[in-house]
Write a protein that binds this ligand. Structure first.
Ligand SMILES: Nc1ncnc2c1ncn2[C@@H]1O[C@H](COP(=O)(O)OP(=O)(O)O)[C@@H](O)[C@H]1O
Ligand SMILES: [Mg+2]
Length: 191
């Protein structure tokens, strides 16, 4: 398939699934959050993971709020991505605690204020839970279009962390058209 067609298909899937996701009711969102929290905690315990990369939900993404609160109670370390200040399209991970100041980035997503003392090299994370727009059963991931996680997850098999997607079931598609730079996830938990 030619590249232009793939890119058009990906854009169409992105638009469609974002719409479906935004149309989930508050009740559906609430049930999904409860369910995904249990699945994620189970996965974290199985992996004996302590340093957890997470994200703050946006645009109807499955909520990570309960999960983060549980991790704080269990004394796990939670890290959030921040747009890299001088390396475009790259992410940095910063410690997220109850007293962390959050600011909106250029996409309107909350992120911790840059403070080098709170940065953890990505390789030191045990799990990176990623948001996504669409996924398929092969573990392929479609994001918002910036390729941020593709860059973060490059060669993850040779690193310490495993990348795990979190999603609503309605975000699954049969087969995502992929590009050469797309990095498949280890697994996707959905609810
Ligand atoms: N190593 C890379 N990884 C990911 N994206 C890259 C890379 N190098 C360049 N890009 C560009 O970043 C964009 C990522 O697109 P895409 O994978 O569709 O986004 P997303 O993964 O957020 O859905 C593309 O325009 C691509 O050309
Ligand atoms: Mg991609």
């Amino acid at each position: 398939m030619n590249d232009c067609l793939i890119s058009q298909q990906r854009k169409a899937i992105r638009k469609h699934i974002r719409q479906v996701r935004q149309n989930l009711s508050p009740q559906q969102q609430f049930e999904a959050e409860k369910n995904i929290t249990q699945q994620a905690l189970h996965f974290i315990m199985q992996k004996k993971a302590r340093r957890i990369g997470l994200y703050l939900s946006f645009d109807g993404e499955i909520s990570t709020k309960q999960l983060i609160e549980k991790l704080w109670q269990h004394e796990s370390e939670v890290y959030l991505p921040l747009l890299h200040p001088f390396s475009p399209h790259h992410l940095l991970f910063l410690r997220y605690q109850e007293n962390t100041n959050l600011v909106k980035n250029k996409f309107g997503i909350l992120e911790p204020k840059l403070d080098v003392r709170n940065v953890l090299p990505t390789e030191k994370l045990d799990i990176i839970f990623t948001p996504l727009v669409a996924f398929d059963k092969q573990g392929n991931r479609l994001g918002m279009g910036g390729g941020f996680y593709d860059r973060t997850l490059q060669n993850w098999q040779q690193k310490n962390f495993v990348p795990v997607g979190l999603a609503h079931q309605c975000q699954q598609v049969d087969a995502l058209p992929t590009e050469s730079w797309d990095i498949p996830l280890f697994t996707i938990l959905s609810a």
